[in-house]
Design a protein around this ligand. Structure first.
Ligand SMILES: *Cc1c(COP(=O)(O)O)cnc(C)c1O
Length: 228
């Protein structure tokens, strides 16, 4: 893909303005620039126009991109945003900044183990399936409650918030409900279990990030909008 720096810069500015306009707490919001569509040359340009936090959804791909930039000593945060298979955790455990998609106890245990091997504590989010769609990954709330005692015992993962994907619909009322429900779930867990430690809400993509901001997103995962 050949995308000019001007295009990237214009789109990043638009997103930053939307954060100020739509978030009740813009200072707490971070843009995760989703780079799964683009190669390292486009990421180079993104770095030049000020982006520094990137989201990827394939373990081997993010490892390769990480290594490319680590060799240049660039200061970048790599977030893992997609469905993560247990047997792929080993590729990312040494460097990943935040894993957005912990949706099973077995996955959490593997991340914990690999983090320990690397002498790290890895920040993670719990992925919640708010809409209850069969096709979607993510914990249902009842199942999360079952796993929570075990999850909170893992010493090398640090649970700092929740993540969700909006359902496939044009109906913005439904999308807003889902984001609101994620926030209320976060608030409830903060009160009952986490003592306020769940600071992050990862929600909102190109089509719905403004709604997510209005409902309290602190991490928005935006891809296509940056490149168009
Ligand atoms: C691709 C992807 C995004 C970004 O989606 P866009 O519609 O390109 O903004 C966000 N989150 C996840 C989990 C993704 O896989």
């Amino acid at each position: 893909m050949n995308i000019t720096k001007e295009t990237l810069n214009k789109n990043l500015i638009e997103i930053k303005e939307a954060i100020k306009k739509h978030s009740p707490q813009p200072e707490n919001v971070k843009l995760i620039a989703v780079t799964k569509y683009v190669d390292t040359d486009v990421i180079d340009n993104l770095l030049e126009v000020g982006a520094d936090t990137f989201g990827e959804n394939k373990a081997q791909v993010v490892k390769a991109k990480y290594e490319h930039f680590a060799a240049q000593d660039r200061d970048i945060s790599w977030h893992f945003i997609g469905n993560l298979q247990k047997n792929k955790v080993k590729y990312i455990a040494s460097f990943v900044t935040l894993i957005h998609s912990v949706n099973k106890l077995s996955l959490a245990k593997e991340i914990d183990k690999r983090a320990k091997d690397n002498n790290r504590v890895i920040d993670v989010l719990l992925e919640i399936n708010i809409a209850g769609e069969e096709s979607k990954e993510g914990y249902r709330y009842e199942d999360l409650l079952v796993d929570l005692p075990e999850l909170t015992k893992l010493e090398n993962i640090n649970i700092i918030g929740l993540m969700t994907m909006a359902p496939f619909t044009e109906d913005t009322t439904v999308i807003r409900e889902v984001f609101r429900e994620l926030r209320l779930t976060r608030d409830r867990l903060n009160k009952d279990v986490f003592d306020g430690r769940l600071t992050e809400l990862s929600m909102g993509m190109t089509n719905d990030y403004k709604i997510a901001l209005e409902e309290g997103a602190t991490l928005i995962r935006v891809g296509r909008k940056i490149y168009e």
